[in-house]
Design a protein around this ligand. Structure first.
Ligand SMILES: [Zn+2]
Length: 326
């Protein structure tokens, strides 16, 4: 397979981890159960790793697209049993807002100990995680940061043709997202969002956007075992014409910004930061996960002789591989 993406090393940027141990406690948005996590510093090139500490033995689940076991209204990761995603063990639900905050704060490596089967919802955005990471300090490691460079467009189309969701990533020196949303609601409506996103503007422009849901769907969702922990404290809730949250919206276009927040978190399941222009139309976690897997397939196609294949499915850019990526 021709290489459409490569893993490269930044010249002047170094990998980071958290400086201190951080504790978060709250309610799982979908399970409605109490959930807590402890975020710990981790060494260079270890990536983001989740551990289900409440299970005996503990279950280690790397934050990577191959471990995605459900994309129904949230992104869940788990260890698959014989390739059957639905039968994954030790699932951790709703990792996307935390993953987005880790991306925004520039954290390449962290160990996330999870007590329960879902990440706490906090306020339904990435803000609480992001602020805690920054306030407690980010530690720079000695190893250079790696990133995925898109060489040729990689895309995933919907089976419904033009009407369905689609996503593609094009070459770019930056990380840019253009998102088109299509909702038939007086407040959400259709719209587009286009921005070059980095660790500086992520906090102000993206991190505070909350997840959202429609009152008319709540009963059905709860019967399906979803949104059981959803409330006005951790989600924007809309009735036919208005937002029920008394404080109103944090951004005029908070809904689409939250879709971008989700997309950033889902893309980070590639294991690396991406340099590319992402054009997403009406995507949710399913399409987001598909494009990450596709990018991973292209990375895997780098000749193995040039780089050591790591257990996380990506190529380790060692010294021997330098010429390949020059
Ligand atoms: Zn979300």
């Amino acid at each position: 397979m021709e290489n459409y993406a490569v893993l490269k090393e930044e010249q002047n940027e170094f990998q980071c981890t958290v400086s201190n141990i951080l504790y978060f406690k709250g309610i799982g948005l979908h399970t409605g159960k109490e959930a807590s996590i402890i975020v710990k510093p981790s060494k260079a090139d270890s990536g983001i790793t989740f551990v289900r500490k409440d299970l005996n033995p503990n279950l280690i689940i790397k934050a990577k697209a191959d471990n995605v076991c459900s994309t129904l209204l949230r992104t869940s990761i788990g260890l698959k049993k014989e390739g059957n995603a639905k039968d994954a063990s030790g699932c951790i639900s709703t990792v996307e807002h935390l993953m987005s905050a880790l991306w925004g704060a520039g954290i390449d490596n962290a160990l996330i100990e999870v007590y329960g089967c879902e990440i706490p919802a906090m306020d339904g955005s990435a803000r609480v995680f992001y602020e805690s990471f920054y306030e407690s300090g980010i530690k720079e490691l000695k190893a250079k940061r790696k990133y995925i460079e898109i060489l040729k467009p990689i895309g995933v189309d919907s089976e419904n043709g033009d009407k369905g969701p689609s996503i593609a990533v094009y070459p770019s020196e930056d990380f840019e997202i253009s998102y088109d949303m299509d909702f038939s609601h007086p407040l959400v409506q259709s719209g587009s969002f286009d921005m070059k996103i980095d660790g500086f503007n992520f906090y102000g422009e993206i991190s505070k956007a909350r997840t959202f849901g429609f009152l008319k769907d709540v009963e059905y969702l709860k019967k399906s075992g979803l949104a059981l922990g959803g409330s006005l404290d951790n989600a924007l809730v809309l009735d036919e014409t208005s937002v029920l949250n008394k404080e109103g919206l944090r951004y005029k276009d908070e809904f689409i910004r939250h879709k971008v927040l989700d997309l950033i978190g889902d893309l980070y399941l590639s294991g690396y930061r991406i340099k590319g222009r992402v054009l997403a139309k009406k995507t949710g976690h399913d399409m987001n996960s598909k494009i990450v897997k596709k990018i991973g397939e292209h990375l895997n196609s780098v000749p193995l002789a040039a780089g050591k294949k790591e257990d996380n499915g990506f190529i380790n850019v060692g010294k021997a591989a330098a010429t390949v990526f020059a």
